[in-house]
Write a protein that binds this ligand. Structure first.
Ligand code: COA
Length: 145
C-alpha cells in the first residue's frame, strides 16, 4: 500500500538520494537550507507498505507564481508501481492549494523515465538548455493549472 507524507525531512531525502544509482551530484543539508531559506517548500516522502520508497521536493524558486519541482526519485526496487505518478500529482494538488499557478520541472535526457512520466502527466516542454554532452541537456517543462 502506498502512503505519502507531506512532512518529510531533508535528512530523509539525503538518505534516499544515496540509494538512487542515477544520481551523481552530491547534495548536502546546507544546499537544501539555502534553497528553501525564506521560501515555501514541500518535501513529500512516499512509503510502500510502511517503507520509505521515494520522494518529491519542490520550492518557490522563482517567486513568480510558479512552484519548482526540484528533485524526485523512487528507489529502484519500488519502481513501476506508480509511486512517482502519485508524488507528481500530490505536489500539484499542494501547489494549487497554496495558490501557485503552475509547476516547473527541469530534467535531463539521461532521465528518460522522468521525461516519459512528465509528458504523460501533461507537462509541456518550453526550454532546452544545451550542454556539451547531449545526455546532460536540461529539458524544462511546465504545467499550468
Ligand atoms: C523517474 C522515476 C522517478 C519514475 O518512478 P516510478 O515510480 O517508477 O514511476 P511510475 O511507476 O509512477 O511510472 C509512471 C509512468 O512513467 C513510466 N515509466 C516509469 N518508469 C519507466 C521506465 N523504466 N521505462 C519507461 N517508462 C517508465 C511508466 O510507464 C508510467 O507510465 P504508463 O502509465 O504509461 O505506464 C524513477 O524511474 C527514478 O527515480 N529514476 C531515477 C531518478 C530520476 O530520474 N529522477 C528524476 C530526475 S529529474
Amino acid at each position: 500500500m502506498l502512503t505519502i507524507s507531506p512532512n518529510g525531512l531533508i535528512t530523509e531525502v539525503l538518505d534516499l538520494i544515496l540509494q538512487i544509482p542515477e544520481f551523481e551530484d552530491i547534495h548536502q543539508q546546507k544546499d537544501f537550507e539555502k534553497r528553501f531559506s525564506g521560501k515555501k517548500y514541500l518535501i513529500l516522502i512516499a512509503y510502500w507498505n510502511g517503507r520509505r520508497a521515494g520522494f518529491n521536493v519542490g520550492y518557490d524558486r522563482f517567486g513568480d507564481g510558479s512552484f519548482y519541482c526540484w528533485l524526485q526519485a523512487v528507489l529502484p526496487e519500488y519502481r513501476r508501481k506508480y509511486i512517482a505518478d502519485r508524488l507528481t500529482r500530490e505536489l500539484e494538488i499542494w501547489a494549487k492549494e497554496k495558490g501557485f499557478r503552475k509547476i516547473i520541472v527541469k530534467t535531463r535526457n539521461k532521465f528518460p523515465n522522468m521525461l516519459h512520466l512528465l509528458l504523460k502527466n501533461n507537462y509541456s516542454i518550453f526550454e532546452i538548455e544545451k550542454k556539451d554532452n547531449i545526455r546532460e541537456n536540461r529539458i524544462v517543462l511546465e504545467k499550468v493549472f
